[in-house]
Unconditional design. Structure first.
Lengths: 307, 460
């Protein structure tokens, strides 16, 4: 195996499985600084994981296997997603390929597991949050798949490694398509990672919750797995944004070198957005994500309409 | 008998009196209703309870909660009030206290009494379709302490401690209402100096409350920056309170006929400079806040309670004024120092969250001006007390940060026979439930925070 490929593989595994919790931690601590608070450090999510891992789990009375296995299903599909999303144009194929639409399916599977578990608990909040999450996911997934389609059309393949290497070419950016896809996918990142203006990850107000609502009944190791999955989702989304949709280098080493810098930059932007833009009214969220869909669709038109 | 009571009420209403509260007494076996004339004069109507029954006036005045409370605590059934739902006594069967909302796709979301955040205990039952609220049933009084009854047979001085502990957020307003009632009983008229001191304390309490409420509204929409800034300002006022009185919430500063040395020559300068600095920072922060379009978009037209509904529900305080009702009891507070006071209301009062937020800011500015005016004239006044005729029943009314707070004390031989407290929060809870109807479920925390009522003031 090529040396570059090994390095990329290590970055992919270490970043996705271990370092990913740093992303929400870093955003949290940045937000605290922006508000003039001392706040927790970037390593706080790891401390939370350690605390939760040593606690026993809680089972809701009369709940079934659906509730029990949901955290494992979510964590497994996130682990799988880490393997699917490449960190550079070169890298190992883990036997699962790098197909963008496989990733869409894996994300949908984790969502399904959590929604079914919410249904299983029969908790009003969980169900309310699940119905909101499903409603919003229709718009998020549409915007995500269409913006990935733009990238696929530019690259001529749905393989994300090919996308990375093709979109790194200079001439590709002479068409408005990649820029439109970038704009669309940025909105998807905000929605999928659960940041303001779509969702508020720090809220204690049960009635406003979306993602947090579904996990209310979980404790201990179950919650640890779900929180880890949240960190991994940040990693997946930010890697895709920086490696596929943002302009990047052609050289795989330079791609790997720039990745942490881009991720940090995106974290800073997310923290600033979250500190200055409030959570929007729930009924406006589809409109917000609809904008992403329209932008991505314009990207397809830009590629398909002969000039 | 029954008809005369209702006729008397109707006649007072015709003369533009407003309902101040209703309470029952065990000793005389009667129900008493307090009315307030447009110029602040008080009138009490009494109706004897006959074989456990009294006529309901809930169709004439907003006495719904008062009658339910009297029923739960004194077993009086009110004729014409049907169904008479429990208020203080909690019924485990939810059908007994909720309003039936039936139909396909209607479901209930139950919140509380234990919440995910650090919030007082209250149970909210939302009847919703999707995320749209059809109706809201509230169940409070989870921590009802029976303080009114515990204070019975205590001396007037001891009673103050019970009143002060009803709610720390409204400590001054509640204690002051009680003390004014007691001073009516013993026939004491406070000196000009004492009037100034009490007014300053009441306004300091309003300052930290209003700043805190603005911060709470910011938190309700996830505006963490605004939340932090206004929390800091509120904290600065509480620290000022501490440096002046030794208590962050000003507890223990009000006493019957007693002046605490709060305003001295050195700390007057301290108050002035600190308030000016807080005011400046609040003005800057407010400008930034209202120019944030994402923030403004969450407030307009949410949780509307218009003037007609405010009157029907008997809502008071900033919530009423934000709907355009220019009523503020400070204008009639002869026992305090509010010369030429005029209630402020927003330019375009709509009764929504935005108006209630703006109302808080305007009152914050007004309160700082009142304090500036008062501390300028402290040293020129004497503390000459006067006396008047003692009475068996005293009523004190103050305008707390939540609205008009009424305290009734009945005493004989210096001991309390009946103490009744009707706070601004107590009067406003029905308006919160009404404001939620038709809005989105995720907007309810915001609507609730725009009223920011105390639970403790009801669970007294």
């Amino acid at each position: 195996m090529h040396f570059t490929s090994i390095t990329a593989g290590l970055v992919q595994l270490f970043g996705g499985l271990v370092a990913s919790m740093l992303i929400p931690g870093f955003i949290q601590s940045l937000k605290a600084k922006l508000q003039g608070r001392v706040g927790p450090g970037s390593l706080q999510p790891y401390r939370d994981l350690r605390r939760l891992w040593n606690k026993s789990t809680v089972s809701v009375s009369n709940s079934t296997l659906t509730y029990r296995i949901a955290p494992s299903v979510v964590a497994t599909s996130m682990g799988l997603a880490v393997l699917v999303v490449p960190v550079s144009s070169l890298g190992p194929n883990w036997g699962v390929g790098h197909d963008a639409f496989v990733l869409g399916g894996v994300l949908a599977l984790s969502r399904l597991a959590l929604v079914l578990a919410a249904w299983d608990t029969r908790n009003g909040f969980s169900l309310m949050a699940a119905s909101r999450d499903l409603t919003i996911s229709i718009f998020t997934e549409t915007a995500m798949l269409i913006s990935l389609s733009v990238a696929a059309l530019v690259a001529g393949s749905t393989d994300m490694q090919v996308m990375i290497s093709r979109i790194s070419l200079f001439h590709v950016w002479s068409s408005p398509a990649p820029s439109l896809a970038l704009a669309a996918f940025s909105l998807v990142v905000i929605a999928e990672t659960g940041h303001q203006p779509v969702d508020n990850p720090d809220t204690h107000l049960e009635l406003t919750m979306i993602h947090e609502g579904m996990t209310l009944e979980y404790a201990g190791r179950d919650l640890a797995m779900l929180q880890w999955s949240g960190g991994v989702k940040h990693w997946i989304m930010l890697v895709m944004l920086s490696e596929i949709f943002l302009p990047h280098f052609q050289n795989a080493y330079l791609q790997l070198l720039c990745l942490p810098l881009t991720v940090i930059a995106i974290c800073i932007i997310l923290a600033i957005v979250e500190s200055t833009i409030v959570k929007m009214r729930l009924l406006n969220v589809p409109r917000f994500l609809g904008l992403g869909t329209i932008l991505a669709f314009m990207g397809i038109l830009a590629l398909k309409v002969p000039s | 008998m029954t008809d005369t009571f209702r006729n008397q009420v109707a006649e007072l209403l015709n003369n533009d009196y407003t309902f101040g509260g209703l309470y029952a007494t065990k000793l005389s076996g009667s129900v008493k209703a307090v009315f307030i004339s447009p110029n602040g004069a008080l009138k009490i109507l009494e109706c004897q309870v006959q074989s456990g029954e009294a006529p309901s006036i809930a169709d004439l005045v907003p006495s719904n909660w008062d009658e339910r409370e009297a029923h739960d605590l004194y077993q009086i059934s009110f004729n014409g009030h049907s169904p008479l739902r429990p208020l203080v006594e909690h019924d485990p069967i939810s059908d007994h206290w909720t309003v039936a909302v039936k139909g396909s796709d209607v479901y209930q979301i139950a919140v509380g009494p234990i919440h995910a955040g650090i919030i007082e205990s209250g149970h909210f039952r939302f009847h919703v379709i999707g995320d749209r609220i059809l109706f809201l049933d509230t169940q409070l009084f989870y921590k009802y302490r029976g303080l009114e009854i515990a204070a019975e047979n205590k001396t007037l001085h001891e009673g103050k401690r019970y009143v002060e502990r009803m709610c720390m957020g409204c400590s001054v307003a509640n204690a002051l209402a009680y003390v004014q009632a007691c001073e009516e009983i013993i026939g004491y008229i406070p000196s000009a100096k004492l009037r100034i001191l009490r007014t300053v304390l009441l306004e300091l309490e309003r300052l930290w409350n209003h700043l805190n409420d603005i911060a709470a509204i910011c938190a309700g929409v996830g505006m963490s920056l605004g939340n932090q800034i206004f929390l800091v300002l509120s904290e600065r006022i509480r620290r000022l309170n501490f440096s002046l009185t030794g208590h962050r919430y000003l507890s223990g500063t009000i006493d019957i006929g007693e002046i605490k040395p709060v305003l001295t020559a050195d700390n007057i300068e301290n108050i002035r400079s600190e308030l000016e600095s807080v005011r400046l920072r609040a003005k800057e922060a407010w400008r930034e806040l209202i120019f944030n379009s994402s923030f403004a978009a969450r407030l307009e037209g949410v949780g509307v309670v218009d003037t007609a509904q405010i009157r029907r529900l008997g809502a008071v305080g900033p919530a009423a004024r934000a709907a355009g009702l220019k009523e503020d009891f400070r204008a009639h507070s002869t026992k305090l120092d509010y010369e030429n006071f005029e209630a402020v209301i927003p330019e375009n009062p709509k009764g929504d969250v935005r108006s209630r937020l703006e109302q808080r800011y305007l009152e914050f500015l007004q309160s700082t001006e009142i304090i500036f005016r008062l501390i300028r004239k402290t040293d020129i006044l004497t503390d000459e007390e006067t006396a008047c005729e003692p009475k068996p029943l005293g009523i004190g009314i103050t305008e707390s940060a939540r609205g008009r707070t009424l305290c009734i004390v009945e005493a004989s031989e210096g001991r309390i026979e009946r103490l009744h407290m009707r706070t601004g929060s107590y009067a406003n809870w029905s308006a919160v439930a009404y404001a939620a109807v038709g809005n989105l479920l995720p907007d309810f925390p915001l609507i609730n925070k725009s009223f920011e009522l105390c639970y403790a003031c009801s669970d007294r």
